[in-house]
Write a protein of this length. Structure first.
Length: 196
């Protein structure tokens, strides 16, 4: 048996198959029955209008919240800058006191009359210096804790305020949504009664 391939015949067969398939499955066919002048129920239009208005209000609230959050972060950065400056000044002050203390020791050692006095002066210096270093470490720790609190406070205050607003808004939106749903259900029920 001999077969020949005819590209034109194959293309025509494919077009016929596609046309038959479109007749069987046409996803737009169900929408052809709808007319462009089909009336949209008043309840549905009112619901859509309410939804648009509530979406706009939600957008405005979100924008206000974002602006307040940015301001809180800016205040936090300001506090961080001030805290870092205070901490740096404290460390410089501590370094200056330690250097001055070292010079005082050097002056005392220069005026020492014998080796025993040198050992005694150094021993006294190191005992005193260890106490001073403990006090200085406590000063730096305390300043660091205060700085951390100062940096975190604006953000903490903002977060608390936002949580309170979200709770209040949630209650309000829930109440409004329930009321709107009741109105829509009532309107729909009246429309159905009129239609029957």
């Amino acid at each position: 048996m001999t077969m020949t391939f005819n590209p034109d015949a194959a293309a025509n067969n494919k077009k016929t198959e596609t046309a038959n398939t479109n007749e069987i499955f046409n996803p737009l066919a169900q929408f052809e029955s709808m007319k462009l002048d089909t009336a949209i129920p008043e309840a549905m239009r009112a619901f859509a209008g309410t939804a648009v208005m509530q979406s706009r209000e939600a957008y405005e609230r979100a924008k206000t919240t974002l602006d307040a959050g940015i301001e809180a972060i800016e205040r936090s950065y300001d506090a961080a800058g001030q805290a870092a400056t205070a901490l740096n000044r404290k460390i410089i002050d501590i370094a200056q006191r330690n250097v001055n203390s070292g010079f005082d020791l050097a002056k005392s050692l220069a005026s020492a009359k014998n080796l025993a006095e040198v050992v005694e002066l150094q021993g006294a210096f190191w005992r005193k210096q260890l106490e001073v270093l403990m006090e200085q470490a406590e000063e730096v720790r305390e300043l660091s804790v205060n700085a951390s609190d100062a940096v975190a406070e604006p953000i903490k205050r903002h977060a608390t305020h936002q949580a309170e607003q979200v709770r209040a808004m949630s209650k309000k939106v829930t109440a409004e949504a329930a009321e709107a749903f009741k109105r829509q259900a009532s309107n729909l029920e009246q429309d159905l009664r009129r239609a029957s």
